[in-house]
Design a protein around this ligand. Structure first.
Ligand code: FAD
Length: 316
């Protein structure tokens, strides 16, 4: 069975959940092999985690040549693994970095590229949700090794032991790929909540919060969810732009999306309407958000959300 390469998305060796989702998709297409680019000391731990989610093989690339540079060296490293392994497909998480690596890799391999897939069938046919979710497009790469970036939460991660055989893979990175160096990298203070674009549950607040996100954050914490915001809330300075959901913010596709005090403008929908289940809480029963919800509550979010939070806590 042909290998299917999955580029591992990780922070200091801690593998992020969307990588496990890609391993589940890779199993449909062939034999999943993970490509880990990181410190040699991190590779063994990561490989053990990747094996638990089905990786048969882990290509460990020491990041000595890659660290401190922008994405170009990662694309070259992945190109060299692809040339050695001749995989049936290459899967990458749809992050800004993942998509840049995918684009560069497609040029290098002369392959077709599909970005932002929300599903991939066993025959490589992908599904994309486009034009703010108004259309579903089925597409398939017809040239070279299919390179597909897949949005987080597009598949369930599947536990199932793979061999996880680690192969140290030496790469040679060109000077051209090392033309831009990172001069500073300051991580944002951790909120303790899951990363917005990969959270299984997102609770978002809009102008209807009046700037008081206590109820929104209370429910998010009870559910182990990420907090999101509409542009009105961000423009008002209540939440930072990295929490904005929508056309000019992040696109999320969680299992559950709760919109509180958000009217449901088309630009907001563009960022959340592929969520599996949508719940809205809004004072106005005519609010457009109610057109796309699975469950709607007409009421004041400052009383509805705390009641739900109390109920969730009671059932824990
Ligand atoms: P509003 O539309 O003002 O809605 C507030 C809602 O809260 C109302 O429905 C009201 O009934 C309800 N409410 C009030 N008080 C309560 C209460 N106590 N309890 C419950 N409900 C209450 N918007 C985005 O969100 N993301 C984007 O990325 C984005 N990109 C844009 C790009 C462009 C080019 C443009 C033109 C606009 C964009 N917008 C975006 C803005 C978008 O058009 C809306 O203006 C915005 O989404 C409105 O935010 P809102 O729903 O929070 O506010």
């Amino acid at each position: 069975m042909s290998e299917v390469l999955v580029l591992v998305d990780h922070v200091d060796g801690a593998v992020k959940k969307p990588t496990y989702e890609l391993l589940a998709i890779a199993k449909r297409l062939g034999s999943p092999s993970a490509v880990f680019i990181g410190g040699a000391d991190k590779a063994a731990g990561a490989a053990a985690d990747l094996a638990k989610f089905g990786a048969e093989k882990v290509y460990a690339i020491d990041d000595a040549e890659v660290k401190g540079f922008l994405v170009a060296p990662k694309a070259e490293a992945l190109q060299q693994v692809a040339q050695a392994a001749s995989p049936a497909a290459i899967l990458i998480v749809s992050t800004a970095e993942g998509k840049e690596i995918a684009g560069r890799l497609a040029i290098k391999l002369g392959s077709g590229l599909i970005t932002d897939a929300v599903d991939v069938d066993a025959d490589g046919t992908t599904t994309q949700s486009v034009f703010a979710g108004s259309y579903t497009v089925k597409a398939k790469v017809t040239t070279g090794t299919p390179i597909i970036t897949v949005k987080p939460n597009s598949a369930a991660a599947e536990e199932g032991a793979g061999a996880g055989a680690v192969e140290q893979f030496a790469v040679t990175i060109s000077d051209a790929a090392k033309a831009a160096r990172i001069v500073a990298s300051n991580p944002r203070a951790a909120s303790g909540r899951p990363e917005l674009s990969e959270a299984a549950i997102v609770v978002s607040g809009g102008r209807g919060t009046g700037g008081d996100f206590t109820a929104v954050e209370g429910l998010a914490d009870a559910l182990g969810a990420a907090v999101g915001a509409s542009r009105a809330a961000v423009d008002s300075g209540w939440k930072p732009h990295n929490l904005q959901i929508g056309q000019t913010g992040k696109v999320v596709s969680p299992q559950l999306y709760v919109a509180a005090g958000i009217s449901g403008a088309i630009q907001h929908r563009a960022g959340m309407q592929t969520s599996k289940t949508i719940i809205a809480v809004n004072k106005d029963e005519e609010a457009p958000i109610f057109e796309l919800v699975d469950f709607g509550v007409v009421g004041d979010l400052h009383s509805v959300l705390p009641a739900v939070t109390a109920e969730v806590e009671k059932r824990k």
